[in-house]
Design a protein around this ligand. Structure first.
Ligand SMILES: Cc1cc2nc3c(=O)[nH]c(=O)nc-3n(C[C@H](O)[C@H](O)[C@H](O)COP(=O)(O)OP(=O)(O)OC[C@H]3O[C@@H](n4cnc5c(N)ncnc54)[C@H](O)[C@@H]3O)c2cc1C
Length: 500
């Protein structure tokens, strides 16, 4: 019998596990893969280190006064683990139709000025809109991370910061797009703001809560974007190191098949080899759909299809290329939109990263590691038998069409490609046990962000951490979810966590 079992070593699960173990709760993590990190991991091929998913990272600033909650820095400090990062001067370099090209600089004035130069008639509106995001950021930056289900935490925060909590409550009522439309009317500029939301939320600005934008689009100018040396997998590897340092146990290659529930309460898990392990509390890092259709055997708890919007999955390409095509000063992250009418359709927006421009150790000398991906759905690939020649040929043909579209960004990329790895939504679903490989559940337009599931579930002692829970998708968001989940459980088990 252990105190806590965590199902899945994604960033949400690992964060919860590491904080609980550090506080003295015996914790075991079961991960089906042989590596940690889930959508935030690295893999190696042909001398390259590639990011499996995430590569834009918040929360790594050294200065605690800067950066919304600065969660990664605080957690790694608590665990006593050093993670070296490289500051990225640009969050994303956007390339849009009509030669509209703008890097989202760390330097806020430089970014806003480049927008004002393109839209001089919207100068005042641009400032007012981005100042609104700044005001959300300032509130979030001053409140400690904790569980919104923990009445003691809510009481402490409410007593210490009553005006900020009230102001934040009001701001949860608005979407980023509604606020933008208050100040801005230029259609092209509003499309850009939609794309800013889409870049991480895969929804337009009207569907994206203002509070999320206050982190993603403001913190990039404060805490900034920092890339871990060695690639994305450095983050979960460091969490595992911290977890094990305090005595935690992680079992790779161990898939959980069921949460064992007795008298309405989770009491442990059954692994796919039949082994049963008991615990006082169980945390699922799987998606809400996978938890309540596969892991929990109660049809009454299935999630109705219309409860959330199911975000699409991804078609991903990793390339090793001759380095001569990457010009000096090339930024790490890019987004390419060829046609505004298609930017939010499947495959309409290309996400592109070149991590080896920041960390050359990720590619052999003279080469670069690139990552391209677009939204995609499993139904687009279900006519092919997995690993068949037709499947491989279709993947290659689609990958080549995307690489051809990236010529606009990196002329010569097609000819310079020396190694290519591709993954369909089916691959994403299979590797991570994610229903249809989805990016996760999204709120419906107009729904308040507080309607996202929190860490408690309808089953006593079964908790959830990860991108199905508040505040949502993204590594910093699931880290918050892991912190709030650990805080709630620790208080329930009688030893509250200190604020980070
Ligand atoms: C292509 C792509 C690009 C992205 N880019 C960014 C970015 O630049 N910046 C950013 O912040 N975010 C980005 N994200 C989002 C971010 O990576 C995710 O939101 C986040 O990593 C999800 O973490 P998680 O802990 O919720 O779940 P996951 O990463 O899905 O981890 C869950 C883990 O649980 C394991 N698991 C599931 N079921 C079981 C079971 N039954 N038994 C045992 N183990 C199980 C899985 O194998 C997996 O390791 C990106 C995502 C993708 C896919």
């Amino acid at each position: 019998m252990v105190d806590v079992i965590v199902i899945g070593a994604g960033i949400g699960g690992l964060t919860a596990a590491a904080l609980l173990q550090e506080r003295g709760f015996s914790t075991v993590v079961f991960e089906k893969n042989r590596f940690p990190g889930g959508s935030c991991s690295s893999f190696e091929k042909g001398g390259y280190t590639f990011d499996a998913g995430a590569s834009v990272f918040y929360g790594f600033c050294d200065d605690d006064a800067m950066g919304t909650l600065n969660l990664h820095s605080r957690i790694f400090r608590k665990l006593g683990i050093a993670v070296e990062t490289i500051p990225d001067p640009v969050q994303i370099h956007y390339h849009m139709p009509g030669g509209f090209d703008v890097p989202a600089w760390f330097d806020r004035d430089r970014f806003l000025e480049s927008l004002c130069r393109r839209f001089p008639h919207e100068r005042t509106g641009i400032r007012k809109f981005y100042d609104e995001l700044e005001s959300v950021y300032e509130i979030l930056n001053s409140l400690p991370a904790g569980s919104l289900e923990d009445v003691i935490h809510l009481g402490v925060v409410g007593a210490r910061h009553p005006l900020k909590v009230m102001a934040l409550g009001v701001k949860t009522l608005f979407s980023m797009g509604n606020v933008a439309r208050r100040y801005i009317s230029d259609k092209e500029l509003l499309r850009f703001i939609d794309l800013e939301a889409y870049s991480w939320a895969v929804q337009d600005a009207v569907s994206t809560p203002l509070v999320n934008a206050g982190i993603c689009l403001a913190d990039r100018h404060h805490g900034g974007i920092n890339y871990p040396v060695g690639g994305s997998g450095t983050i979960p590897a460091a969490l595992v190191k911290g977890f094990e340092k305090f005595g935690g146990s992680i079992r790779f290659g161990s898939e959980v098949s069921k949460v064992i529930v007795k008298n309405g309460s989770a009491v442990g898990v059954r692994l796919s080899d039949g082994t049963e392990v008991s615990a006082k509390a169980v945390v699922s890092n799987a998606t809400v759909w996978d938890t309540f259709s596969k892991l929990v055997d109660d049809p009454r708890l299935r999630i109705p299809d219309d409860r959330f919007i199911k975000a699409p999955s991804w078609f991903q390409i990793w390339l090793g290329v001759d380095g001569s095509i990457v010009p000096p000063g090339f930024h790490m992250h890019h987004i390419i939109v060829d046609d505004w009418s298609k930017y939010d359709e499947l495959g309409g927006t290309i996400y592109f990263s070149a991590p080896s421009v920041l960390d050359p150790s990720l590619a052999p000398p003279g080469k670069h590691a690139l990552h391209l991906f677009v939204t995609a759905e499993t139904w687009q690939w279900e006519q092919y038998e997995y690993r068949s020649q037709e499947y491989k040929a279709a993947k290659e043909a689609f990958a080549k069409s995307l690489i051809a579209r990236a010529e606009r960004l990196l002329p010569g990329i097609q000819d310079a490609t020396e190694l290519m790895v591709t993954a369909t939504p089916q691959s994403h679903a299979r590797y991570l046990n994610r229903r249809d490989g989805s990016y996760g559940p999204l709120l419906k337009p107009g729904q308040n962000i507080l309607l996202k599931p929190q860490n408690r579930t309808p089953i006593k002692n079964l908790f959830a951490a990860g991108d199905s829970t508040f505040p949502g998708q993204g590594v910093i968001a699931v880290t918050y979810s892991g912190v709030s989940c650990a805080s709630y459980i620790a208080r329930q088990l009688g030893k509250a966590l200190d604020y980070l």
